[in-house]
Design a protein around this ligand. Sequence first.
Ligand SMILES: [Zn+2]
Length: 245
Amino acid sequence: MTAVDIGEQLKALVELQALDKQIYDLQRRRQAKPPQIEQLKAAHQAQTQRVKDAEAQLKALQVKRGSMDGDLAAKEAHVKKLQMQLYQVKTNKEYTAMQREIEGAKADNSVLEEEILKVMEQIDQQKAAIAGVAESLKSDEAAMRAAVAAVEQEMAVLDTAIAGLQAQRQASAPRVEAKVLARYERILEKKEGVGLVAVDPRLEACGGCHMNVPPQTINEIRLKERLIACESCARLLYYPEDVIA
Ligand SMILES: [Zn+2]
């Protein structure tokens, strides 16, 4: 069994950690991008839905107006029919009764005409509202597409940067002994992309969790006989001046 040179391992790990931190940070930024795109699309979708709802309301008003028009036409025909019958009645009493019926029907029709005018006004208002929103919807869609394209462009830039760093990492990783690498990578995964940190020589503290590192532990780290982990955060520790020449 060949002895592992801890000093060399730490040097290799420091290089690897520098890459891994960058990869981790870029991946975090990359992960935030698809939700941003979803959000942009959802906001536009909601706007589109509002236009659709307004169009459905317009359609309902138009249907209502159509049925009111039909209603009015039938009632007007009825008035005409009564007016024809008026000339055929025999008695004054009948004549008066029919005339009263005609007047009543005409009054009903004017009420209906008023209602139709109101619906027509609502239709005009609804059309104007839709035209306004549809116009802004067009510019909104263009803005949304541009924003999505910008985020996609950012994603592509990040992907390229991550791929480049990963290639560098693949070249560097074999310098670390397999067991050491596995241990480091386990910590890396659990500790936000930081598996190896320097001890702060002045504060005698872990560079990751900032908890105190006892002098005895610092001595052990500097001996480089084995890998030493922080007792608080479990990250591997190194003493800066011993590793970075
Ligand atoms: Zn720590």
